[in-house]
Design a protein. Structure first.
Length: 368
């Protein structure tokens, strides 16, 4: 997957921007703070997710005095096919999506068409924050690994919502048991697909870590959302009174998580801050490598403010690893000189006051 052309209108301070990025290589947006570099990364992310990583409110994203923003791209899809993909969002929150000239009603279609992986300061949530961020990591990978994942996830969420409604409204025990039986079946399907993803991911994570940071004895422990020593049916049965009192289901795949440890110690407790940054990069790049190898899909990497996140040596290692994947990468920096020495294929775009201008200087055309 690669963007061949990108048009952005009234997205934050980007009144009208068009870029023709490098399909297999790095595209660097450089300029002063506040110039619009991160907004470009955000727009590409929005095109692939139907949402922002910075704000959930459309009014905060649509340019002042505009009624909507739009993002349109020509996408090099499978079999070298070029597909037009676009969306526009109104101030009232309504969104219109078009893929290959056809209207779409689901942002999942964007997710399928434009797989993207983001590395920014918020990526530390994978180690620092609660399990919701790690579940998103699991589910992003599982979504692309098998077509069965999205229906399984939707079914589980629908049944969970129904069971919680029954609990909250104090319906009969028989009705709770009916929805419990449905929840057990849907939980088994979702859990199996997540476990499959973890199994597939592990060798790619180990390989990527070997290239970026040496962490012998790393262990990834998957937690399904309940005590693995028990059947989920037994857990639900034993917790029915607690669930009834709480008014919601307290165990299940909606509580899933995974832990990363070395010698029984959490990774975040034994790595320095700089090593944690590189470790997070490895986790995200491993997802992309798995996607490329297992289902022949190349994700688009979005890296915000790379020079401030990694030192020169680590930055060069990461960039050369991505170059070996022949991935399309969009990266921001205040000064392009911070990236120019990395010797990877790179196209430069200067961003100033929301205006984007291509720098004719092409860097690092050969990667050994």
């Amino acid at each position: 997957m690669a963007l061949l052309r990108l048009d952005i209108t009234d997205f934050r301070n980007l009144a009208s921007a068009r870029i023709n990025p490098l399909a297999g290589g790095f595209n660097c947006f450089y300029g002063a703070n506040g110039s619009g570099k991160t907004s470009l990364i955000e727009a590409i992310y929005y095109l692939g997710r139907g949402r922002s990583f910075r704000s959930s409110a459309a009014n905060h994203i649509i340019a002042h005095c505009a009624d909507k923003f739009s993002i349109f791209a020509h996408l090099q899809a499978r079999h070298e096919q070029t597909v037009p993909v676009g969306l526009e969002r109104q101030r009232n929150g309504s969104m219109r999506i078009r893929i290959a000239g056809e209207e779409s009603v689901s942002s999942a279609d964007l997710l399928d068409m434009v797989p993207s992986l983001l590395i920014n300061s918020g990526s530390f949530s994978l180690l620092d924050a609660g399990p919701v961020f790690r579940r998103k990591y699991l589910d992003w990978g599982a979504f692309y690994l098998t077509n069965d994942f999205l229906p399984a996830w939707k079914t589980y969420e629908r049944v969970l919502k129904q069971r919680n409604t029954v609990l909250r409204e104090n319906k009969s025990k028989k009705e709770v048991e009916i929805w419990s039986a449905e929840l057990i079946k849907s939980a088994a399907s979702l859990d199996m697909l997540r476990r499959h993803f973890v199994t597939q991911l592990l060798p790619f994570l180990q390989s990527t870590l070997a290239d970026l940071i040496d962490i012998p004895g790393l262990k990834l422990s998957y937690y399904p959302g309940w005590d693995e020593g028990l059947e989920y049916s037994d857990v639900l049965s034993r917790s029915i009174d607690k669930d009834w009192y709480a008014g919601y289901t307290q165990t299940g795949p909606h509580r899933a998580d995974f832990k990363l440890s070395v010698n029984h110690l959490p990774v975040k407790d034994i790595l320095s801050r700089g090593q944690q940054k590189l470790f997070i990069c490895a986790m995200i790049v491993a997802q992309g490598a798995m996607l490329n190898e297992c289902v022949n899909r190349k994700p688009i990497y979005l890296i915000d403010d790379l020079p401030s996140e990694l030192d020169n040596h680590s930055r060069s290692r990461l960039m050369r690893l991505l170059a070996m994947q022949n991935a399309q990468v969009f990266v921001t920096a205040v000064e392009y000189e911070a990236l120019a020495s990395c010797q990877v294929p790179m196209k430069m775009f200067h961003v100033e006051h929301g205006c984007v201008r291509e720098n004719n200087q092409n860097i690092g055309s050969n990667v050994e």
